[in-house]
Design a protein around this ligand. Sequence first.
Ligand SMILES: [Zn+2]
Length: 196
Amino acid sequence: MNEWNIQSRASACESCAQPFADKQSLHTLLFDEHAEQLRRMDVCEACWQSQFSDGARERKGFISHWQGIFEVPPPMVDAIQKETAETLLRKLIEQNDPRYAPAAFILAVMLERKRILKVKEQIVRAGKRVFIYEQPGTGDVFTIADPDLHLDQLEAVQRDVAQLLEHGLNPPPTTIQNDDAPQPVAEQPVETPLQS
Ligand SMILES: [Zn+2]
């Protein structure tokens, strides 16, 4: 089961296929029908009213719902130039490496405190607490499982996060260094200036 993923907001209603207009109200539903991940569905107000609103969640099959506003996404350039906690979190989720689960969780908590992400829902799936976050600007939904960190692990994870924020994902932060062995001269990756 993949407990972390990002699902983008649809650009059109998934029920009637009408494209969303800027500032149009829409409804986001999460369905728990796949083994691997929750399925997201965005529908327009009319489809919500006519097809989804009138029943209990259980009957309609979705486990979470919220109302949002569609915004025309910003140009891609803006998104790429900003290397921030948010872009790092996106990269970690894309890598889908369980090694990064604690770091991704801490980043999500940081972003929530900065009000960049909002918690929409907390659910329990397969015995794990799972947080559903939304980035209100883009409407992207981040699904992140609670790694159940113990207090004595927190410091190490926070160090990992700080290192990742400073150096990015490459080179990997967890290379094992042996002080006795001669260090191979690694080719230095070109550093891109990070905007903080
Ligand atoms: Zn519709």
